[in-house]
Ligand binder design. Structure first.
Ligand code: SIN
Length: 283
C-alpha cells in the first residue's frame, strides 16, 4: 500500500492518506504508520467508515486494548472494547460520556498507575460548529521551557487526582476533599521518557487538584501555574475540526488534548478506544 504522511502546519499532527482502515493492514504499512505517529504524535485518517469491531482491529496496531470497567454503560451494542463519547440522550439516558461542554486540557487517565499510551477517536456524527479537539505538544513545551522553570520541575513527581473527569464532573463514588495532598490517584514523574522516541516530555495530566509531591501546597500551586502558563501557548497547539469519518490517534505520553464546547441541541457521536500503557519512566 502506498501511504502519504502530510504533516500539519503546526508543532504536531499529520494526516495519513491512502488507507482504508476497514481493511487489514500489512506489517510494513503498520510500521510506517507507527514511525509517523512517533514523529508527529497525532495522526488523522479522513473518510473512514469503521464499525466497532474494525475500529478495535485498527486500534490493536498500537497495542493491546484497554478494557475500562467504568465504560460499562457506554459501549455501542455488541462491543466491549469501544466507548461512546456523546451528548445524545435517548429514552432519557445519555448514550455516551462527556456531554457538550468543554473538556479541559488533559492527558487520558493519568490518574492510574499504567495510563493508556494511545487513544483512538472515530467521528460518526459531528455538530456544525464547535466540538473541535486541540492537541498540545509536550515535547516542545519541555524543550522550550525557560531554564529556571525547567530546573524547578526536574526530578519532581506529580500527584494526579482521580476524583474529577475532564468535563468537570465528580466521578461516581469519588469523595470530595479539602487538601490536594489527600487527592486519590497516581503519582508520576513530571518529566517522562518516551520509550519509543527516546525523547523527554512534560507530563502534567490535568491542572485540577494536581500537587507536586513533597511541596508545600501553595508553592506547588505557584509552580504548577507557571508550568501551565508556559504550556498553554498557541505555538504548541494543533486544533482539529471534525468531519464525519475522521479517525484520530494520539499519543498520551507526549501530548495533552482539550475538547471545545458545542451547542447542546446538536448531535456529536464518537467511538473511542484506548491502548494499554506502561508505567511512566522518569527522565
Ligand atoms: C477525550 O477527551 O478523550 C475526548 C475528546 C473529544 O471528544 O474530542
Amino acid at each position: 500500500m502506498t501511504v502519504f504522511v502530510v504533516p500539519m502546519e503546526a508543532a504536531l499532527g499529520a494526516e495519513v492518506r491512502g488507507l482504508d482502515l476497514a481493511r487489514e493492514m500489512d506489517n510494513a504499512t503498520a510500521n510506517e504508520i507507527a514511525q509517523a505517529w512517533y514523529a508527529r504524535q497525532v495522526l488523522l485518517f479522513c473518510g473512514q467508515s469503521l464499525n466497532p469491531d474494525r475500529l478495535a482491529a485498527f486500534s490493536r496496531h498500537f497495542g493491546a486494548l484497554d478494557v475500562v470497567p467504568a465504560w460499562r454503560k457506554f459501549h455501542p451494542p455488541g462491543s466491549k472494547d469501544v466507548l461512546v463519547i456523546s451528548n445524545v440522550i435517548e429514552n432519557g439516558e445519555p448514550i455516551g460520556v462527556l456531554g457538550y461542554g468543554e473538556a479541559e486540557w488533559h492527558t487520558d487517565m493519568s490518574y492510574i498507575d499504567l495510563p493508556p499510551r494511545a487513544s483512538v477517536l472515530h467521528a460518526l456524527e459531528v455538530p456544525q460548529a464547535g466540538g473541535e479537539t486541540s492537541f498540545l505538544d509536550m515535547y516542545a513545551a519541555l524543550e522550550s521551557m525557560p531554564r529556571e522553570l525547567r530546573g524547578a520541575i526536574e526530578g519532581k513527581v506529580i500527584n494526579h487526582d482521580s476524583s474529577y473527569d475532564s468535563a468537570g464532573g465528580l466521578r461516581p463514588g469519588a469523595a470530595t476533599f479539602d487538601d490536594v495532598r489527600e487527592a486519590p490517584g497516581a503519582r508520576h514523574p513530571a518529566i517522562r521518557l518516551h520509550p519509543e522516541s527516546g525523547r523527554r516530555a512534560l507530563y502534567l495530566g490535568r491542572r485540577r487538584n494536581a500537587w507536586i509531591v513533597g511541596m508545600d501546597e501553595k508553592d506547588s500551586d505557584v509552580l504548577l501555574d507557571a508550568l501551565w502558563a508556559h504550556v498553554l501557548q498557541p505555538r504548541f497547539v494543533w486544533t482539529h475540526s471534525w468531519r464525519v469519518g475522521d479517525v484520530l490517534v494520539w499519543d498520551n505520553r507526549c501530548t495533552m488534548h482539550r475538547r471545545a464546547p458545542f451547542d447542546a441541541s446538536a448531535r456529536r457521536v464518537m467511538h473511542r478506544t484506548q491502548i494499554v500503557g506502561e508505567r511512566p519512566i522518569a527522565a
